[in-house]
Design a protein around this ligand. Structure first.
Ligand code: C2E
Ligand code: CA
Ligand code: CA
Length: 813
């Protein structure tokens, strides 16, 4: 037997034993003999100290007493030599009486050590399990959970009840999970088999599970040899987020249109992004490991470089607008920002991140915007903004050196007409030509600017006397003597110039500009193509004009207009054959304003359209009233201004008025001036044609003052020429005037037109006109413009007898 065996009799005396018995206790040979007393044998062991400290006889007594009970017993005994024996006592019976006992002594030292080692391992495992940051579960081959740690329950939110009173089967946990949707939605049984199958799969596997609450856990299962499984659960939610962030950051880095350079704490380049290579021309490999000092050499001055590092160490940031140099040597503007990444451990900086973009296009755009803001887009000349800035500067200089500055307002004559009739494209090109011409006539030190429209301003900061200014102004006017060419068009334009001088005509930019503007209006009023110096009187006129313009705006709605009618006589019959409607304006609280004063304003401001329509409607209404009252039919002559005539809707307005009043069209005569008719003959012919087709008669007013082309005159579908008053005034004194009047009458007769002489103020004038065959006459000598009532008295009823011309002539006026 491998164990020691000893048999003691009922007297506790040794009767039988084997070799192992003596060996396991290492008894001296003489002490083990048949009949040796139990207590003596024990004493040897006790003396040797195997039972520990204490009274030896006491150890012996306790053990002997125990033995004397003859009860089955089993106990470990570890001797001083460190070996452990398993001692097992078994009572022996003979004839139903206790006959002694048999003891076996098994050396279980090895087994004890293994057990100890196991216990140790187990405690390590326990410590690891309880302290590991992840959850761990251990499942045996029968898929029964053997152990798990608290984290396992926490990470998976498993309630303690599941683990009470005993560890559950894995199936219960899977079922519990499936029910609360841990594996997604669907059939719980299916999930159960799937998960079980996965658990059964024998290789080590790692997988991720996103829990319904959004956390992500990593599960790593390792199969055990017995078919069990160790599973480790780690909450990787944070790691996942960090990874996501990192991936995004990488995307930004890779795809940013902005160049990004990352440097280490010493400034050496660690990484650059594709945009960096694109902008600089340097490949990644060419710059990684370089010091930025090399990168920025040629881009930053020593001083700026030093400032950059100072700023970085002090506030962790630097930015600046600098010129970069590409690999090919080309310079480009860039906006560079450097950020230092704080190092939490050392307190210094762990990295530096430089970012920049090529701002060439932005710079270009800025320059373009600057140009646009400061220059007129069409002509490239300085605009109002720049002009005022330069003028302010010139005025400052003039104040300091006690010198003077001249400001010229240059306005293209009749530009509106060209623009309106030929279109903006032609108008624009004409303005460019004008800008060039003006620029060509001034000196280097002068500024030519365009305010907008056809308004140009020239600032002359430096001149000796006003003679210099006049010479310059004349040079400008002369430069327009040659026609301007735009495509196939040839323009004979002229300019009107207003001049003001600092400080005489204004002490501020606004004041001198205003004075020059006023002078320019004056030049225009004086017949264009001339220049005028500003005088205080002009200011007065300009103010008056402005006041008038403001009042005029309300004249129609306030019913401040009225019409007077001047009779027109037929030379042969000496009867009133018509009246000319002449507008009168009686502003509220003021005297009568002559049409010569307000018609031009109405023309310029466009108010003439409404006013003209009113005149047309009112005159026709009046004629209708007269006719309805039984007055003999007479012709109504209505003046049509140039702008009114050019309105697209004009013929429609006339037709509508005729329709409304139901007047016979032949009783309406429209007067347009010679200038209006000749400005755009083609267009004029077309409009006149359409009016003629309505049955209206047409007269050319102020004939002789414009420049009629006879060939055009021939083509105009007109009925009458009205010889301008200026030729009639001296017809009886000036042979030239008489010749003109006579020629005009002859011309009209040749063209088959009737002739009316205007402004007949005397009998002798009347005589000459009659002698030359003039058809009709109109003038103070025959009748002033009067109210409608007076006309009603003058014109007989359609049935009344004729009132002769001579009667009227002799009447007191
Ligand atoms: P106009 O068309 O040449 O009208 C004739 C002008 O000569 C009228 O002046 C009339 O009063 C004046 N007149 C008539 N006989 C004599 C005379 O013997 N001697 C002198 N010195 N003058 C005489 P008025 O009414 O002041 O009108 C001036 C201008 O205003 C008109 O010249 C016409 O161009 C314009 N005008 C008048 N009424 C209207 C209107 O309703 N519409 C438009 N567009 N213009 C009008
Ligand atoms: Ca007229
Ligand atoms: Ca006239």
């Amino acid at each position: 037997m491998p164990q020691g065996v000893a048999v003691f009799d009922e007297q506790l005396r040794l009767r039988l034993w084997n070799r192992h018995f003596t060996e396991v206790f290492g008894f001296p040979v003489e002490s083990v003999y048949c009949g040796a007393r139990f207590e003596d044998v024990i004493r040897i062991i006790a003396i040797r100290g195997d039972y520990g400290p204490g009274d030896i006889e006491e150890h012996v007594r306790v053990r002997t007493e125990l033995a004397a009970q003859f009860k089955p017993r089993s106990a470990d005994h570890t001797g001083k030599d460190g070996r452990t024996l398993l001692i097992q006592d078994q009572p022996l019976y003979h004839d139903g009486r206790v006959a002694g006992f048999i003891s076996t002594y098994t050396d279980i030292t090895e087994r004890k050590q293994i057990e100890e080692a196991l216990r140790y391992k187990h405690s390590i495992l326990e410590t690891v399990l309880t302290n590991i940051p992840g959850g761990v579960s251990l499942v045996d081959g029968a898929l029964q959970v053997v152990t798990c740690n608290e984290q396992y329950k926490q990470i998976l939110d498993l309630p303690d009840e599941l683990f009470q009173p005993a560890m559950p089967a894995l199936e219960s946990i899977i079922r519990y999970n499936a029910l609360r949707g841990e594996y997604g939605t669907g059939d719980v049984e299916k999930q159960l088999t799937a998960v079980t199958k996965m658990v059964r799969g024998c290789a080590t596997r790692t997988w991720e599970r996103t829990r319904p609450n959004g956390t992500v856990i990593e599960i790593r299962g390792t199969p055990m040899p017995d078919g069990g499984l160790v599973t480790i659960y780690t909450d990787i939610t944070e790691r996942k987020r960090a990874e996501e962030r990192l991936r995004l950051t990488e995307k930004v880095f890779e795809n940013s249109p902005c160049a990004i350079v990352i440097c280490d704490r010493k400034g050496y380049v660690i990484s650059v992004n594709p945009a960096f290579s694109e902008i600089t021309g340097y490949a990644r490999e060419e710059v990684v490991g370089l010091h930025p000092k090399m990168l920025l050499s040629g881009e930053l001055s020593e001083a700026v470089y030093a400032d950059m590092w100072r700023s970085l160490s002090e506030c962790g940031r630097w930015s600046g607008d600098i010129w970069g140099v590409r690999k090919n040597g080309e310079a480009y503007p860039k906006w560079l920002t450097i950020n230092a990444v704080p190092d939490e451990i050392s307190g210094g900086h762990s990295h530096y991140i430089g970012m920049f973009s090529d701002i060439t296009t932005r710079k270009e755009a800025e320059e373009r915007i600057h140009r646009l803001a400061h220059h007129d887009a069409l002509t490239g000349l300085p605009n109002r903004y720049t002009l005022e800035a330069r003028l302010a500067h010139s005025l400052d200089d003039a104040r300091q050196y006690d010198s003077r500055v001249a400001v010229m307002f240059v306005d293209l004559d009749h530009f509106k007409t060209i623009n309106d009739s030929l279109g903006h494209a032609v108008g624009d090109r004409l303005l460019i030509e004008v800008a060039q011409r003006l620029s060509g006539t001034v000196r280097e030190s002068d500024t030519v600017a365009r305010l907008g429209g056809d308004e140009f301003v020239i600032v002359m900061p430096d001149f000796a006397s006003t003679t210099d200014i006049s010479i310059a102004a004349n040079r400008i006017i002369d430069s327009f003597a040659d026609p301007l060419h735009v495509g196939a068009h040839e323009f004979h334009t002229s300019v009107s110039i207003g001049i003001s001088v600092f400080p005489d005509d204004g002490e501020s930019v606004e004041a001198v500009m205003r004075s020059a503007d006023t002078a320019m209006y004056h030049a225009k009023a004086l017949g264009r193509n001339n220049f005028q110096y500003f005088t205080p009187a002009m200011n007065h006129a300009a103010n008056e004009r402005l006041a008038l313009e403001n009042k005029l705006r309300h004249a129609l709605t306030r019913r401040e207009f009225e019409l007077h009618y001047q009779p027109q006589y037929d030379m042969a019959s000496q009867r009133i054959v018509g009246v000319e409607a002449l507008i009168r304006w009686r502003p509220r609280g003021g005297g009568l304003v002559a049409p010569e004063k307000f018609i031009p304003i109405a023309e310029e401001t466009g108010m003439i359209a409404n006013i003209g329509t009113w005149v047309l409607q009112e005159s026709c209404r009046q004629l209708r009233e007269w006719l309805d009252a039984g007055m003999a039919p007479i012709r109504m002559s209505v003046n049509v201004s140039a702008r009114q005539f050019r309105q697209k809707s004009f013929p429609d307005t006339v037709a509508a008025t005729l329709a409304e009043t139901g007047l016979p069209p032949e009783l309406l005569e429209l007067e347009i001036t010679e200038t209006t008719a000749m400005e755009h003959p083609q267009e004029a012919i077309r409009v006149l044609q359409s009016l003629r087709e309505m049955g209206i008669t047409l007269a050319i007013d102020d004939f002789g003052t414009g420049y009629s082309s006879l060939s055009y005159l021939k083509m105009l579908p007109i009925n009458r020429l009205k010889i301008d008053r200026s030729f009639i005034t001296d017809i009886d004194k000036d042979a030239n005037d008489e010749a003109i009047a006579r020629a005009t009458i002859a011309l009209a007769q040749n063209l088959g037109l009737e002739v009316t002489a205007e402004g007949v103020e005397s009998n002798s004038q009347l005589d000459i006109l009659r002698a030359n065959g003039c058809d009709e006459v109109q003038g103070f000598h025959l009748g002033y413009p009067v109210t409608a009532d007076r006309i009603a008295q003058l014109v007989p009823a359609s049935t009344a007898s004729v009132i002769s011309l001579s009667d009227w002539v002799s009447r007191p006026r």
